[in-house]
Ligand binder design. Structure first.
Ligand SMILES: Nc1ncnc2c1ncn2[C@@H]1O[C@H](COP(=O)(O)OP(=O)(O)OP(=O)(O)O)[C@@H](O)[C@H]1O
Ligand SMILES: [Mg+2]
Length: 488
């Protein structure tokens, strides 16, 4: 059987890129045409039936933006994928607004392009067949927004495992969408009409966790005035979501392991063995391997939970998703707050894309909510965003005290020395603030500064700053000194 081959047009003035891409896409079964610049590209569009265009942005004669606009005038449904150089995110965002299907940033991953091409063509087919109401392929699947490789991988895992009884362990920083994924697993399984029961292991006092999970019989302990089923029983037939599993006390871990392995347990103070059919999903923002190493998490339990691991990428690892997430949250809060903010200005979007988002999607969601509330223009402006988000460009305008500059020239040192002294002062200030803001948590501070934890430790040593606190995991280090401003 000969499937209908799709015609892809690659427009780029770089011969190498054309070669690599066309070789790959030919291998994937597309007919590929190439053009050396926008002018040739437009000519090819006129003379041939093209299903998809991949174009560079910066090219001689006619550039990618112009090509995009002219091509869409002719065929508004034509999927166009842009290739942009690093640091031209503003143009990329503008291109998306002008109707580009997607963009990739150089240097890109071949697989990323392949995925986007496949998705774009599928969307075009669906639209042509009118199989679904014309919807944007960037829309959420499983309620999860994003089209970065990291999110596409998660869609793929979800599709494969949602409707199985397999245990899933979701890991990821705070606010990356762990609970969203846990619910998606439930909603896309045949258990969806049965209960989804969530237990936040960090929120339950240690002495109550066993009865919370497994229930208790009357009189099992002081206060147990009647018998009560636990969460395992409540979740029977459905899904049990154990959130913050890393916080579960070590003594409880054996009991949990047994319940998982044998699907049976007893209530506290009970003798009857209870059997349940529960699909377990666990989540953590801790590094369980490290907890195992430090003796606070059982390795056997880890392996029992980690049958299918899903790691949610931090938002700063998939900045390409920020524009679509922003659009999504604008829609959500426009509706909720009865506002009509139509989008974000380029400068605002640049700020949003540049910020490292230590609190991930939850933080982005909160920032957009607040910005929508305060926005009284048609579009979100950078000034609607909180100053801490706009912090990065602000550093470009550090005031330079006149007196110091004059003194520097009059004094002994040369350019190099002065710059070095000033830089280390700035570094020290930023590092100390990051530590202060995170209550001395080196891991979080490193994240805030976008450097590795190791890098931060070295920097602190170099700057003569003392490592005065733990890094979030229990350790043998002495407790921190009574530092100021601790938020923990
Ligand atoms: N990909 C996504 N698309 C749309 N909304 C998302 C996405 N990921 C997360 N969210 C939203 O962000 C918020 C935080 O997500 P969620 O509560 O699932 O994160 P979490 O990883 O469980 O965080 P924590 O570790 O703090 O409990 C929620 O409002 C969720 O709906
Ligand atoms: Mg959560």
């Amino acid at each position: 059987m000969l499937p209908e081959r799709k015609q892809v047009l690659i427009v780029d003035d770089e011969p190498n890129l054309r070669k690599i891409l066309s070789a790959q896409l030919s291998r994937d079964g597309y007919d590929v045409m190439t053009a050396n610049d926008g002018e040739e590209g437009l000519a090819a569009l006129k003379d041939h039936h093209i299903d998809l265009v991949i174009t560079d942005l910066k090219m001689p004669k006619v550039d990618g933006m112009t090509l995009l606009k002219k091509a869409l005038e002719e065929d508004p449904e034509l999927p166009i994928v842009l290739i942009t150089a690093h640091g031209t995110i503003d143009t990329a965002v503008e291109a998306l607004k002008s109707g580009a299907f997607d963009f990739v940033t150089k240097p890109f991953d071949k697989d990323e392009v392949r995925q986007i091409v496949a998705k774009a063509l599928k969307t075009r087919d669906l639209r042509a067949a009118d199989a679904t109401p014309a919807r944007d392929a960037r829309d959420a699947r499983f309620g999860i927004i994003g089209h970065s490789q990291g999110i596409l991988d998660i869609y793929a895992i979800l599709e494969r495992v949602a409707d199985t009884p397999t245990t899933v362990l979701i890991s990821g920083e705070s606010g990356t969408g762990k609970e969203l994924v846990a619910r998606a697993l439930h909603e896309h399984s045949s258990r969806k009409d049965k209960p989804f029961i969530k237990v936040n292991c960090a929120a339950i006092p240690k002495e109550l966790i066993e009865s919370e999970l497994f229930g208790h019989e009357r009189g099992a302990f002081t206060g147990a005035v009647s018998s009560k089923p636990g969460r395992f029983e409540l979740a029977n037939g459905g899904t049990l979501f154990l959130d913050e599993i890393g916080e579960i006390p070590i003594e409880m871990q054996v009991k949990l392991l047994r319940a998982l392995q044998e699907s049976e347990f007893e209530r506290v103070g009970g003798i009857k063995t209870i059997r349940v059919d529960v699909r377990l999903v666990a989540a953590t923002n801790r590094d369980l391997k490290r907890l195992i190493a430090s003796g606070s998490f059982r390795e056997d339990l880890f392996y029992r939970l980690n049958v299918v691991p899903i790691r949610l990428p931090a938002l700063r690892e998939r900045t390409g998703d920020i524009p679509v997430l922003v659009e999504h949250f604008l829609g959500k809060f426009n509706e909720r707050l009865k506002k009509k903010v139509e989008g974000a200005e380029t400068e605002a979007m640049e700020v949003l894309v540049a910020y490292p988002w230590p609190g991930n999607i939850r933080e982005l969601e909160n920032v957009i909510e607040r910005a929508v509330l305060f926005c009284d223009a048609q579009k979100l402006r950078a000034s609607d965003l909180p100053p801490e988000i706009r912090g990065i460009p602000a550093m470009a305008n550090v005031p330079l005290p006149e007196a110091d500059l004059t003194a520097a020239l009059a004094g002994e040192g040369g350019l190099k020395e002065h710059v070095k002294v000033a830089m280390s002062r700035l570094e020290k200030e930023l590092v100390s603030r990051a530590l202060q803001q995170t209550g001395g948590n080196v891991t979080h501070a490193a994240r805030l500064l976008k450097i590795s934890r190791k890098g931060l430790q070295l920097k602190m040593k170099e700057l003569g700053l003392r490592e005065g606190s733990s890094d979030g995991t229990p350790s043998q280090r002495p407790p921190p000194p009574p530092a100021t401003d601790r938020h923990e």
